[in-house]
Structures are given as structure tokens and as C-alpha cells.
Ligand binder design. Structure first.
Ligand code: FAD
Length: 299
């Protein structure tokens, strides 16, 4: 299955779909829990699942690798998979090894990224590695032709290093021109800004499907932490509502789910975008609640 072809088709026919992002857990117990969760969530029929690559810039020791998790999801749970791959700390040889493992693991889609910097350092490329996501994309295309479909990252509110949004859209277009075929965005809570950004991308010649990254809200503390980390805007009304309930975890989840569902609805109704990509943070409930509220579950 080509993810972008299905997205294009669903876009045309106004058919809804969703996908789930997971990360590699740091211990064996969490890994077993995640396996069970992915298998359980496969029953919701996501269009694909994806697994991050050293996200946050922490190259820590984990009981399994991204490629092993991808292999398990595609071979044991029969899921369409998309593997994140970054340039951070990676030589060309290491990238080729990861691509080979993805290929052998039944994966047909790579989310090609420059990668977060290593914690506490400015980003720099590895000797013999790549400087930008677009260079990684060109490399994948050269080695594997059209075998892998390639997704790229988009930033409706800048990416920390680069706040010039026009330039960021130009860089996004370069990644698509180099061989990317769909875009997944950074999380956001400002839907009006997102819709304006999509329009601007279209005006600048981005024709590929754009998939919004949806970060469900599980706790007030993690909500505030992520907003700070990604440096994104929270509409004042919503921030006020969250502050009113911040000491009541159940109310935080309820207000969060209401807001996120209404945001997804607006994206569908005004943006005519029908695929939602959930940053699950390896949990099920909060993404599932939004999917159910939107009536997106297929039997
Ligand atoms: P690029 O598009 O290569 O851009 C990197 C920087 O270089 C940007 O500032 C850009 O403006 C600039 N640039 C690009 N082209 C040029 C050019 N021609 N000339 C000058 N400057 C240029 N990080 C991880 O480590 N692991 C993950 O699994 C991961 N998953 C992610 C998933 C999504 C959906 C998103 C949105 C981000 C993810 N990230 C992940 C974070 C991402 O790697 C960082 O935000 C990183 O800083 C940028 O990666 P990129 O692929 O967008 O890089």
C-alpha cells in the first residue's frame, strides 16, 4: 500500500482515517506492554503505524530497536508501518544498515528526518553523514528507487531553529521535490494558524497530502511541558479552560478530549483534511477517545 495514494484517495472521497505513532520504550516491561498495546490498537484499523528514531536526541540503550519494533508490527501484527530515520549521529553506513533492516522487516515507508540534536548540543552532521532531511531522501531514492515511500516533517509554527515560516515552507517543498510524498506536521493547538499554514503551503506549490500531528492531552503537566518544548501557541480561551481544571486530572482529560475532537472536526470541515496522525505516547485511551468522539471507528 502506498500511504500517500490512500491519503489522496480518501481526501478526494472525504473518507476519514488515522495513524498511530509510538516510541521505543526504555525497559523490557514497557516493551512487552507496548507490544500488547500495538496489537490491541491494530483492531482499530489504523492506516499505518510509525515508530520514532531517537526522538528528543537521546541515543539511550533500549531493549529493542526501532527496526525491531517495526518488524514486529509489520510481520506479527500485519500492520502497515512507517519507520522514522534521522541523520543525527548516523554515518551513511549506519543509515544503510537501518534501511536494510526496515526492508527485511517488511516496512515500505520511511519518515525521513534531519533529527533532533543530541541533548545539550547544537545539531551537527556526523562525518560521512547527511546535513538535511532532503539529503537523506535523495540517498534513499538512489539506493532503493521507489521501493520505500517517503514522508517528511512540516512545521506550522516554526521549528525552534528556524522561525521564518516562509523559508521553512521552501525547505519543506525541497524535501518533497527530492522524493517525499506526504507531510506529517509537528503537534499544534492553534487550528486557525494550521489552516492558514496549509493554504500557504498550497500557494507555494506543495501538493502532497498534509497530515496533522494530533497530540492528545493526558495530564496538565505534560500538556504544558510539550507546549514549551515545541514552542507552540495555545489559544487563550483553551488555556484558560485548562487552567481552571488543572488540579483535577479527570477534568483535564475531559476538557482536553473535547478541545482536540473539536479541533479535528474543524480540520476536516474547513481544511478538508480527513486523516489524523496521533502521537499516542504509547498510550491508547486518549487517542481512542478522540477517534470515537469523531465517529472514525470502522467495524
Ligand atoms: P530538515 O527539513 O532537514 O530541516 C532542518 C533544519 O535545516 C531546519 O531549520 C531547516 O529550515 C533547515 N534547512 C533545511 N534545508 C535547508 C537548506 N537548503 N538550507 C539551509 N537550511 C536548511 N526527531 C528525532 O530525532 N526522531 C524522530 O523520530 C522524530 N520524529 C519527528 C516526527 C515529526 C512528524 C516531526 C514534525 C518531527 C520529528 N522529529 C524527530 C524532530 C525533527 O527531527 C527535528 O525537528 C529536526 O530539528 C528537523 O528535522 P527535519 O526533518 O524537519 O529537518
Amino acid at each position: 500500500m502506498k500511504v500517500s495514494a490512500v491519503l489522496q484517495e480518501n481526501w478526494k472521497n472525504e473518507v476519514t482515517s488515522f495513524s498511530f505513532e509510538y516510541f521505543v520504550p526504555k525497559d523490557a516491561q514497557a516493551t512487552q506492554l507496548l507490544y500488547d498495546r500495538i496489537r490491541h490498537m491494530s483492531e482499530l484499523h489504523p492506516l499505518f503505524i510509525d515508530v520514532t528514531w531517537n526522538a528528543g536526541g537521546a541515543a539511550r540503550k533500549t531493549p529493542i530497536t526501532t527496526t525491531e519494533l517495526i518488524t514486529k508490527a509489520s510481520k506479527s501484527y500485519n500492520l502497515e508501518t512507517c519507520m522514522h530515520l534521522t541523520c543525527t549521529g548516523m554515518t551513511e553506513e549506519a543509515i544503510d544498515q537501518a534501511l536494510l533492516e526496515a526492508y527485511n522487516g517488511g516496512c515500505r515507508c520511511i519518515l525521513a528526518l534531519r533529527g533532533d540534536p543530541i541533548e545539550g548540543h547544537d545539531w551537527e552532521s556526523s562525518p560521512g553523514g547527511f546535513a538535511y532531511a532532503k539529503d537523506l531522501i535523495k540517498h534513499i531514492r538512489k539506493k532503493y528507487g521507489d521501493y520505500f515511500e517517503i514522508g517528511v516533517a512540516g512545521y506550522p509554527e516554526g521549528n525552534g531553529e528556524q522561525t521564518d515560516n516562509e523559508l521553512l515552507i521552501d525547505h519543506l517543498k525541497e524535501k518533497l521535490d527530492a522524493g517525499g510524498s506526504f507531510v506529517i506536521t509537528q503537534m499544534f493547538y492553534d487550528v486557525d494558524n494550521f489552516l492558514k499554514w496549509v493554504d500557504r503551503c498550497r500557494e507555494k506549490g506543495v501538493t502532497a497530502p498534509i497530515v496533522p500531528g494530533i497530540m492528545p492531552i493526558t495530564t496538565y503537566a505534560s500538556f504544558v511541558r510539550r507546549v514549551k518544548w515545541c514552542d507552540i501557541n495555545v489559544p487563550a480561551d483553551f488555556m484558560h479552560e485548562m487552567e481552571l481544571v488543572k488540579d483535577d486530572p479527570a477534568a483535564v482529560r475531559q476538557v482536553g478530549a473535547e478541545f482536540m475532537s473539536s479541533m479535528c472536526k474543524t480540520i476536516m470541515e474547513k481544511g478538508h483534511i480527513y486523516h489524523m496522525h496521533f502521537y499516542t505516547m504509547n498510550g491508547e485511551k486518549s487517542s481512542r477517545t478522540i477517534i470515537e468522539r469523531l465517529g472514525m471507528l470502522r467495524n
